[in-house]
Design a protein around this ligand. Structure first.
Ligand code: IMP
Length: 208
């Protein structure tokens, strides 16, 4: 049986941007979102090899540290010609300085080294996990397919946005406003980004 999210929820993130976005989503449903960072929870190392595994690991660590239901996400870019890389290492390819221009150059370089030719098919994945103190778990996943373009296009967004062209569209994520990319359509139509798609599934199942 699906479980509804009610009352207080710990968001297993130390990223203020993520927390702000989630608060916007959860507040209308009467959910009081507080970040793991605000509660002094130490971020665990992401040791799993799947997005779902890392989301669950982070949610579980926050739940255990606080005794409250906890939510976490994990996401990244998977490039087919790179056997799914950077995948769960997407953030780490940016290095300590979060240098995604360098990470994008690495993607392009590795595609060249493998002799890959366009279209460079790829997808973003976002995994969400909610863990309750009694051990109950809810998990959701969102995915968006597209192709990679070089040189990068657009100054908006973050991470690998400037090289990701979603299927059926003419602008990369880097050329879109964040609201357009992450919008949760109120009319029941399908959201665009992997994150918005995962949230759409979560909202349908767990928010009243
Ligand atoms: P995490 O989910 O915070 O571990 O970060 C995953 C990493 O994947 C980010 O640092 C970005 O590099 C990349 N990523 C995830 N979602 C997106 C997106 O929507 N656009 C661009 N890059 C993304």
């Amino acid at each position: 049986m699906r479980r509804r999210i009610e009352g207080r929820l710990v968001i297993a993130t130390h990223n203020p941007g993520k927390l702000w976005e989630l608060r916007q989503l959860l507040e209308p449903h009467g959910v009081d979102a507080v970040s793991a960072g605000e509660l002094g929870v130490v971020e665990p190392e992401e040791t799993e090899t799947t997005f779902a595994g890392n989301a669950l690991l982070k949610a579980r660590a926050s739940m255990q540290a606080t005794g409250l239901p906890a939510f976490a996400d994990d996401s990244g870019l998977c490039v087919d010609a790179l056997s799914g890389a950077p995948g769960v290492y997407s953030a780490r390819w940016g290095g300590e300085n979060r240098d995604f221009a360098a990470a994008i150059r690495r993607v392009e370089r590795e595609l060249g080294e493998r002799g890959a030719t366009p279209p460079f098919t790829a997808h973003f994945i976002c995994a969400l996990a909610i863990v309750w103190p009694d051990g109950h778990v809810e998990e959701f996943e969102g995915r968006v397919d597209g192709v990679l373009v070089f040189p990068p296009r657009g100054e908006k967004g973050f991470g690998y946005d400037p090289i990701f062209l979603p299927d059926g569209l003419e602008r990369t994520f880097g050329e879109m406003m964040s609201a357009e990319k992450h919008a949760l359509p109120g009319d029941g139509s399908r959201a665009l980004s992997h994150r918005a798609r995962a949230f759409q599934a979560l909202a349908r199942a767990c928010l009243s």
